[in-house]
Design a protein around this ligand. Structure first.
Ligand SMILES: Nc1ncnc2c1ncn2[C@@H]1O[C@H](COP(=O)(O)OP(=O)(O)OP(=O)(O)O)[C@@H](O)[C@H]1O
Length: 361
């Protein structure tokens, strides 16, 4: 687990941030100028803050009070930047192995494991100029992993790619998150990337951490979720496939109860990450009848929070938080209040595509 506490003053800006990043992907999210890159630079050892205590498990990277400051090259950190920064005169294989002096069968096995994970086997003899932007970023990821880092720092790795290239690389980032078993600190401006990739979220604002914790908690908490943008506010659930019905529906079990989705192409037993956006959840005070929605979940209202002219209603469905975004008028006319039993009508549930076939079962 990466643990970060730091304070630093520039002429016009003060950073005062503390958070923890366990194994998995920790998204560092905030507006431009909120201090994300400064945090990453401090973790990398490119900035020596006025005060800092940065540790990874037992390893102390920076301890300003103890006078410890490991130089960047001794921190065991792999970087992936916005631009891939590959060596143009080397092939993909040479780029992947650059600077690695490990030899023999172990090296071959490891190279082929990483090459398979990133789907870059067909590219090994090409030079970077003959790769697409997405392919270059996959090679940059491979190079970072092969350096045996204790953690990965990614500073907006998708920012320079168009949407199709982003879609191409997202499943590999998910695989890395689930298989690499190390902390990934991932800087982004994109709520969609946070929602899809993050297992932990750190929300930054004006040099401070406004909230941090497990992604599912931050995204379904009405006090913190709107910082990511109301359109992306909603619950994240872990579900497991229980059956594939003959009429083309997939039956999933979730902490909130069973859900039915149009066919999910994955085997029974597979676990998946689901998103239920607050704007896709309606509330009924009596069990609805004669409606086409397949998924209606009994729940209890926990609280109501005003949000940009509407209301975010937090529901408790079997211990799982679900958010619903409705108008203030609906909240009044339905007499919604904490403790009231209701039914959540789910208009849409989405499955993170990368979890199909990849996520641990
Ligand atoms: N070396 C420096 N000297 C003075 N001020 C700096 C320095 N580096 C960063 N800053 C200031 O610190 C603040 C935070 O910058 P930082 O780059 O960490 O933000 P960010 O959240 O990463 O922004 P962006 O998303 O635009 O990259 C900004 O106001 C910036 O101008």
């Amino acid at each position: 687990m990466l643990s970060v506490a730091l304070r630093h003053r520039f002429a016009d800006f003060t950073l005062d941030a503390a958070f923890e990043a366990p194994d998995g992907l920790t998204a560092l999210f905030g507006h431009s100028g909120s201090g994300k890159t400064t945090v990453v630079n401090a973790v990398a050892g490119l900035l020596r803050p006025h005060f800092a205590c940065i540790t990874d498990g037992d390893a102390v990277l920076t301890d300003s009070e103890g006078g410890i400051f490991l130089p960047p090259h001794r921190r065991g950190i792999g970087y992936v930047f916005q631009d891939a920064r590959l060596f143009p005169h080397l092939t993909v294989r040479q780029n992947l192995l650059f600077g690695h002096w490990f030899t023999g069968r172990g090296r071959k096995a490891e190279l082929s494991r990483v090459v398979d994970m990133l789907g870059i086997g067909a590219l090994l003899s090409r030079r970077p100029a003959a790769l697409s932007g997405g392919e270059r970023q996959r090679v940059a990821l491979g190079r970072a992993i092969l350096s045996h880092p204790r953690m990965l720092l990614m500073d907006e790795p998708l920012a320079s790619l168009d949407q199709p290239r982003k879609d191409e690389i997202l499943p590999y980032l998910e695989r890395l998150r689930d298989q690499a078993g190390l902390p990934i600190l991932y800087v982004t401006h994109s709520p969609a990337e946070v929602a899809r990739l993050a297992t932990t979220i750190v929300l930054m604002d004006h040099g401070r951490v406004r909230a941090s914790g497990p992604a599912a908690q931050i995204m379904s908490n009405p006090a913190t979720a709107p910082m990511l943008g109301l359109a992306d506010t909603g619950a994240i659930l872990t579900a497991r496939i229980r059956g594939q019905d003959a009429d083309g529906l997939t039956w999933l079990s979730t902490p909130a109860g069973p859900l039915f989705l149009p066919q999910v192409a994955a085997p029974v037993g597979r676990s998946l990450r689901l998103r239920i956006l607050a704007q896709d959840v309606m509330i009924a005070t009596v069990p609805p009848q004669g409606i086409s929605a397949l998924n209606v979940i009994p729940a209890i209202i926990r609280d109501l929070t005003d949000a940009e002219g509407g209301v975010l209603v937090r529901l408790d469905a079997g211990g799982q938080a679900i958010l619903s975004r409705i108008t203030a008028r609906s909240a009044r006319s339905l007499d919604l209040h904490p403790g009231k039993p209701v039914h959540a009508v789910l208009k849409a549930v989405s499955v993170a595509p990368g979890t199909i076939g990849f996520s641990a079962g």
